[in-house]
Design a protein around this ligand. Structure first.
Ligand SMILES: [Zn+2]
Length: 127
């Protein structure tokens, strides 16, 4: 299992015992390193570190990946969202029923579980 570092630019500035690493007499507070993190798609050890990152790089990131300069519009064509119901009619039968729901028209179209989980499966037209 590969360990990765928290991407928080100030992670090493927070003085906690688990960040104090190194040989005796030569210890420093260091960026946290774990096999997995809970925050920011597994890149940050805490919301603090995630917020520090956004504080420092968020503006550049939004500019880089595309800043919205006009509103997006919810239309009949792009209003499809994946959802599911619990089928709780009997105790044994707790399977989910997956479907596409159009948030404008309220139309439902059945989905298989595989289609529900497939992030490439998308019937929306346009943005
Ligand atoms: Zn951190």
């Amino acid at each position: 299992m590969t360990l990765k570092y928290c991407q928080g630019p100030e992670c090493h500035m927070k003085k906690t015992q688990d960040r104090l690493r190194g040989t005796k007499g030569n210890k420093t507070y260091q960026t946290r390193r774990r096999s997995s993190f809970y925050y920011g798609n597994g890149n940050f050890c805490s919301l603090w570190c995630q917020n520090d990152w956004f504080q420092k790089f968020g503006e550049q990131a939004v500019d880089h990946f595309g800043r919205l300069n006009e509103p997006k519009h919810l239309t009949e064509q792009n209003a499809w969202t994946k959802d599911y119901d619990w089928n709780s009619t009997s105790y044994e039968d707790r399977d989910r029923t997956y479907y596409y729901l159009n948030k404008i028209t309220e139309e439902r179209r059945p989905l298989t579980e595989a289609q529900y989980r497939d992030t490439n499966y998308d019937i929306n037209i346009g943005e």
